[in-house]
Design a protein around this ligand. Sequence first.
Ligand code: AMP
Length: 143
Amino acid sequence: MTVARILSEKGGSVVTVEPNRTLDDAIHLLAEKRIGAIVVSNDEGAVLGILSERDIIRALSRQGAGAFDAPISQHMTASVTTCTRSSTVEEVMQLMTDGRFRHVPVVEDGRLAGLVSIGDVVKRRIAAVEAEHQAMRDYITMA
Ligand code: AMP
């Protein structure tokens, strides 16, 4: 299964934030949208970074409450691993495993086109494994 298929099911809209907004703004966005990471982006839709709840925990442990007013750019990961709509679920799983992160933005022609989370990947993987098991069971019953 490809990322394009995942996006056709879940949609391509992504919660984004500008790099000069504060960590406090990001915390409110994460809570309001019930998500674990925000893509840091500009008006052109370029991916400038990613900020996850882990970055916020790290910032708070380093700077205490003062971190709330810090710009997102100071605490985001600027070197973002991305995928394309034609990437496969297996490729995205490998990226997540190798990089030890749970979110991969989808980029097409230099613009943000969606976001795949570990939840999306696991859901499709379980469905694929269950379909394989069912096919095996059907095959054995027929024999
Ligand atoms: P996560 O597991 O996605 O909450 O993120 C764990 C750490 O990896 C945080 O420091 C994130 O900023 C960073 N991170 C998340 N996604 C990516 C990505 N696609 N590329 C690079 N770093 C990432």
